[in-house]
Design a protein around this ligand. Structure first.
Ligand code: GAP
Length: 509
């Protein structure tokens, strides 16, 4: 996988992601999406939306406001419980999330496991059975047991709000400040992550508001409106994409952890008692959605939570292998009836459903799927970026984006800027642009133009040459194989449709 610094610089150099307000030296953990980034982001969002809303007759979408009545966040538990455990290093004055310090420590042990596996794979060659090795090698088993014990204790201490024990754990593991190397720590304290703001102009009457830290609550407060106006029958889902805001203390790793980010969430309302089955089903459906993009099964894994959020009776992450290791990409949470019951209590309004099959009223249970759009962007972008050595000894930078997500699907390149080739190339752009984002590029030698499109992730280049004028054929170059085939212009729409139509990708789920 490509070095993380290269990923960040490629994202900037090729117009995907810029630091926010860069002329003022940027704003920490806030980013702007540039001309190509916004297209990639929109394609990911569309891929999610279509799979959720268009392909499920029992899932509908909404777009709730970012500002919500402040009582929402009392009811949801965010005012009281949306905290991170923080610890300061007295020497460096740097602040850390205590749980992240411990998890990073475990990450180092995990790296040792990977090293052992790589060594063994080399030693045993084709006969190497990774699963068996990991399950039986005493050193690896020892490492894994150590990780499990540490994470279990961390989970239990956090659940019991035993912050003194979290500090004890950090001290027992002899975790040092990454900046100063010192082990001079303060106590662990809780810090609320919501951003506050005010609604209204006058100082006396202004109302304290929060910027929403998750989109989900906009769905819960609209549950009955949607159920009634859409005549929805349980089980049904409500999907939403939109911005969320968190005052992250350890905001780092580029767009992995941001202060302003976008979520794609779906709340699935179900009868009480059926949550286990639906939870398992949505875990698998969501993993299949990721796998349909073709970024390799080995790059995903589930991580079942030891420490459950205040609203959940089961929770798992789909983790992706980012350049800095396996990390959470998406969360699947069995949220019980916590949110709806709590909103009933705080609002005094009934949020119940009459189930004609059970002939009873109940507060529905909820299974939620929640994926960060920016984090998904980073997963796709970091997986796709690679340096390839070519047969002629040269190298090329390739952004091997899943074709369905690529910002530009086709680039049309006249071989030279004269003899009527640009005119024919532009006619081809006009033919294709209705279905696919199509670029026209006539600058520089054609080889350099191919390289440019490779680095932008454009799956296909069409080259118009002198033969094209005679027989109305062009060459179609495949980004990944670099193979070129001669094809009639009239056949281009059908062929490109086969490769790029979102339908052919979503069918794999
Ligand atoms: N409604 C449930 C919820 O918000 P979460 O696990 O806190 O659950 C869901 O967040 C997803 O949102 C995460 O899996 C991640 O992809 C994304 N996410 C959370 N915090 C983020 C941040 N600070 N920056 C970018 N993405 C974030």
């Amino acid at each position: 996988m490509t070095d993380f610094k290269k990923i960040i610089s490629h994202a900037k150099e090729y117009g995907f992601v810029f630091p926010s307000s860069e002329i003022y030296d940027g704003l920490s953990a806030v980013y702007d999406y540039a001309q190509n980034g916004v297209a990639l982001k929109k394609n990911i969002r569309d891929y999610w939306w279509k799979s959720m809303v268009q392909l499920h007759s029992n899932i509908v979408g909404i777009d709730a406001a970012i500002f919500m009545h402040p009582t929402t966040w009392k009811a949801s538990g965010h005012v009281d419980a949306f905290n991170d455990p923080l610890i300061d290093n007295k020497d460096s004055k740097k602040r850390y999330r205590a749980d992240v310090l411990v998890e990073d420590y475990c990450g180092k042990i995990e790296a040792k496991i990977e090293k052992e596996v790589a060594k063994a794979a080399k030693r045993f060659g084709d006969s190497f059975d990774k699963e068996q090795f990991v399950a039986t090698n005493p050193r690896v088993v020892g490492y894994q047991e150590k990780i499990n014990a540490i994470l279990k204790r961390l989970g239990q201490s956090l659940e019991k709000e035993d912050l003194a024990d979290v500090k004890n754990l950090i001290e027992e593991l002899e975790i040092a400040c990454p900046e100063s190397g010192s082990r001079n720590w303060t106590d662990v304290k809780q810090f609320n992550l919501m951003f506050g703001t005010k609604l209204g102009a006058s100082a006396d009457s202004a109302m304290d508001l929060y910027l929403r830290p998750e989109t989900a609550q906009g769905i819960f407060v609209n549950f009955l409106n949607v159920q009634k106006t859409g005549r929805m029958k349980i089980p049904f889902g409500i999907a939403q994409t939109g911005k969320a805001f968190r005052n992250e203390i350890v905001a780092r790793q580029f767009i992995f952890r941001m202060r302003e980010f976008e979520q794609m969430e779906m709340q699935f309302f179900i009868p009480p008692g059926t949550q286990k089955e639906w939870y398992e089903q949505w875990k698998q459906t969501r993993l299949n959605w990721h796998l349909s993009l073709g970024m390799g099964q080995e790059n995903y894994r589930f991580h079942d939570h030891e420490k459950l959020a205040h609203y959940a009776d089961a929770a798992a992450d789909i983790e992706f292998k980012f350049p800095f290791g396996f990390k959470e990409l998406e969360g699947i949470h069995s949220r019980t009836d916590f949110d709806l019951s709590s909103h009933e209590e705080f609002s005094g309004k009934k949020l119940q459903y009459f189930d004609p099959e059970r002939n009873e009223n109940y507060v529905p249970y909820v299974v939620e799927t929640s994926v960060g759009l920016d984090r998904m962007f980073l997963a796709v972008f970091s997986w796709a970026l690679r340096e390839e050595s070519l047969e002629d000894g040269s190298t090329r930078t390739l952004l091997k984006l899943p074709a369905v997500l690529a910002p530009t699907k086709v680039a049309v390149l006249p071989l030279v800027k004269k003899d009527g080739l640009p005119e024919l190339a532009n006619q081809i752009v006009d033919l294709l642009k209705w279905e696919h984002t199509t670029a026209y590029d006539e600058k520089d030698a054609v080889g350099r133009r191919y390289r440019r499109q490779d680095a932008l992730g454009t799956p296909f280049c069409i080259t118009v040459d002198h033969q094209s004028l005679e027989d109305k054929s062009v060459t179609l170059r495949d980004r990944d194989s670099m193979q070129q085939e001669r094809i009639a212009i009239a056949h281009l729409p059908k062929l490109l449709d086969e490769k790029l139509n979102i339908k052919n990708w979503l069918k794999k789920i």
